[in-house]
Write a protein that binds this ligand. Structure first.
Ligand code: FAD
Length: 315
């Protein structure tokens, strides 16, 4: 079912889960053991991140050759397996960086054949396409990717195909309550968010944030621009002191001083863990009291912290 229909049909705020594919060599059973725990909370959908190939130059027989490698298990394979094994609605992430439009078309067709109805369209942060790939064969921005998916929803493929099968993807995109790090200002970033929605995006999932006031301002701005698709807050459970330093650095988000203080006053690991989870529960309760349609949890494929937050919300 499409994420937009899942939201419409949900009588209570929904939960969705984001996972990251494990590194190559990890057993699928290890991943599925974590997912089975998360499935007890009946997430409306589960999104699976996607990662650009890594490019390295290696010497073979005295010659320098380029090697493309993937460090993680395949996003789409996990989605297809999760759909049949767990009955969860998978939402694979698709990224522009590192993929040509032709490769994206192939992936979309594979997903369509497997009955996957939702995708999250992102630019990604990986390296740009290599110099030999002409710019017209790659998607530069997420809005370009949304346009490609929408064209396939209209039966228009990259090369003309007579009476081509139409896909019917429900498309999500990313939004940034604290502005995307490259955008010169919030208004510019919001204008590009509107461009993604005008191109055909059906829902928005936000980058993680810890200051709900920033989210409420963002939600108001989105409404002011006439964007009417659901805005789903993305929440990362806190449970380590390192999060206070690492998450703002990597995700360009601010953690309010009061949240930092509530965690920093402890030294023992279990106390820090509890304080972080309590702070995330309080953050989610406030969001729910402010009428969000549901909450998307950045679980990172580790079940315990997200489960503790969800238990806290149900208590
Ligand atoms: P865009 O919407 O393309 O925006 C990127 C920047 O360009 C912004 O500053 C924007 O203002 C600007 N911009 C947008 N359109 C235009 C335009 N037409 N002309 C000029 N400027 C423009 N990364 C991964 O690699 N894999 C993942 O699976 C993944 N999942 C994510 C899930 C969520 C919910 C979120 C919030 C982020 C995720 N990311 C992921 C990170 C994301 O790829 C990065 O934040 C990336 O830097 C931007 O992606 P975007 O889709 O927002 O890009």
């Amino acid at each position: 079912m499409k994420v937009t229909d899942l939201i419409k049909n949900s009588s209570v705020p929904f939960t969705s889960i984001e996972i990251i594919p494990p590194r190559k060599g990890t057993s699928m059973e290890t991943l599925f053991a974590e997912l089975e725990v998360l499935m007890r909370y009946k997430p409306a959908f589960m999104s699976v991140t996607s990662h650009a190939h890594e490019r390295s130059v290696e010497e073979v027989d005295g010659k320098k050759v380029e090697r493309m490698k993937h460090k993680r298990l395949d996003t789409n394979a996990i989605c297809i397996a999760a759909q049949s094994r767990l009955g969860v609605e998978p939402t694979p992430h698709l990224i522009c960086r590192g993929f040509t439009k032709d490769e994206t078309e192939d992936v979309l067709l594979t997903l369509h054949f497997h009955g996957i109805e939702n995708v999250l369209a992102l630019r990604g942060d990986g390296p740009l396409a290599d110099a030999q790939t002409a710019a017209s064969f790659v998607n530069e921005h997420a809005s370009d990717l949304v346009e490609q998916i929408e064209r396939m929803n209209d039966g228009v493929y990259l090369d003309p195909v007579e009476r081509a099968e139409k896909t019917d993807f429900c498309i999500g995109v990313a939004g940034y309550p604290e502005k995307h790090f490259e955008a010169p200002d919030m208004e510019t970033d919001l204008a590009y968010l509107k461009k993604k929605v005008d191109a055909g995006a059906h829902f928005i999932i936000t980058q993680m944030f810890f200051d709900n006031e920033a989210f409420y301002r963002f939600r108001d701005d989105v409404a002011r621009l006439g964007i009417q698709v659901p805005v789903i807050p993305g929440i990362k459970p806190l449970y380590k002191k390192q999060h206070l330093e690492v998450l703002p650095r990597i995700f360009y988000t601010k953690i309010p001083q009061s949240v930092q203080d509530s965690i920093n006053r402890f030294d023992k690991e279990e106390d820090i863990h509890r304080a972080g989870i309590d702070s995330t529960i309080a953050q989610c309760k406030d969001l729910l009291a402010h009428g969000v349609p549901g909450i998307h949890f950045y679980s990172m494929s580790v079940a315990k912290p997200t489960s503790e937050v969800l238990n806290g919300l149900m208590a």
